[in-house]
Ligand binder design. Structure first.
Ligand code: FUB
Length: 338
């Protein structure tokens, strides 16, 4: 992988105190970091936060992002390289506004960038764009993935080569608007249904060409240790947004943000489809309303990439960070206090 003309080395990061990580990127605001290891290097696919001067609202209108940059690192403590604009909203013919948290995948010589953006009717859809390089530039398909909606794609390739997308986010992420299977723009939140099973993320196997869903969507069921579904009123534990999947010692770890209670939580299963048994929170609230994470193994250690608002103090101008993810001998994840 070569460093293109557009690339810039952001900074050398030194971390005197590993328990207090510094922002990985300071020249731009970045959030929602999806990290992957391709060809022995770490590549980060974050949102690119900007000050668009859109007033804050309950639907996240102030997160009015317009492009994506890709970043790479040779080492976890090394320099972070900004590879420039990988995809711009003006090059996505169907896009309206708000390029939110993306993810990436590799298959058969092609890199895929998956991204949620509102279409021209203001409905979130999932786009896909391809490149021969992990750093792009990526070329968007002319239309969204058929049958896609909501936000926060997390694309996971299993050890058997099958690839799945987990996605969804409630409230501003619009998942509740699809609760009946058809879009209803009047369903602004899931509130008022506290004793019903919580809405949850969707999971779907991707087609061989990675451009389509290969089967009907399934619900990611999260159950408690008695087998009961988590309820919508259980804001400390229920799924809100920011899904991620990783596999450790043959177990599937589905992790996510609890949104308005600001935790990162996880649930485990022996199948990529679940049901997933809730295990607990593993990251306490950061500064800022959201955090959004990814978990990746690199050179024998596990890391969590996430964001807070250390640089700006503003909830829509975030900065990405990384720290080690530690586990207990039984595979459970140690709780992080940012
Ligand atoms: O970056 C916009 C949205 O904020 C993401 O899609 C959510 O996960 C939250 O981090």
């Amino acid at each position: 992988v070569s460093v293109g003309l557009n690339d810039a080395v952001c900074q050398s990061t030194t971390r005197p105190d590993p328990a207090k990580p510094k922002p990985l990127v300071t020249a731009l605001y970045t959030a929602d970091p999806s990290a992957h290891v391709f060809n022995g290097k770490i590549y980060i696919y974050p949102s690119h936060d900007i000050e668009a001067n859109v007033p804050q609202d309950d639907e996240g209108g102030h997160f009015n992002m317009r492009d994506y940059h890709v970043f790479s690192m040779d080492n976890i403590n090394g320099k972070v390289t900004d590879h420039g604009v990988a995809l711009d909203i003006k090059d996505v013919p169907w896009a309206g506004r708000q390029m939110w948290a993306p993810d990436a995948a590799y298959k058969n010589g092609t890199y895929y960038l998956y991204f949620p953006v509102k279409d021209k009717q203001d409905v979130f859809r999932m786009g896909v764009a391809t490149s021969k390089s992990p750093t792009g530039p990526f070329k968007a398909e002319p239309a969204p993935i058929p049958g896609s909606f909501s936000i926060d794609p997390a694309v996971f390739t299993d050890t058997d080569g099958k690839t799945y997308m987990y996605f969804g986010g409630i409230w501003g992420g619009q998942l509740q608007r699809w609760a009946t299977g058809k879009y209803n723009k009047n369903l602004k939140t899931d509130l008022g249904k506290d004793n019903e099973p919580a809405l949850s993320a969707k999971v779907v196997r991707m087609s061989k060409d990675m451009l389509k869903f290969d089967e009907p969507l399934k619900e990611v069921k999260i159950i408690d240790k008695n087998g009961k579904p988590l309820l919508a009123g259980d804001h400390d534990r229920r799924f809100f947004e920011g899904a991620w999947m990783h596999k450790y010692n043959g177990t599937y770890y589905f992790s996510y943000s609890t949104g308005d209670t600001h935790f990162l939580a996880y649930a485990i299963s022996k199948s990529p489809y679940g049901p997933f048994t809730y295990q607990g929170t593993f990251m306490k609230p950061v500064t800022g309303w959201t955090t959004h994470h990814s978990i990746v193994e690199f050179k024998g250690k596990w890391y969590i990439f996430y964001h807070d608002v250390e640089l700006s103090g503003k909830t829509h101008l975030r900065n990405i960070k990384v720290r080690e993810l530690k586990r207990k001998p039984d595979g459970s994840i140690e709780t992080i206090t940012p």
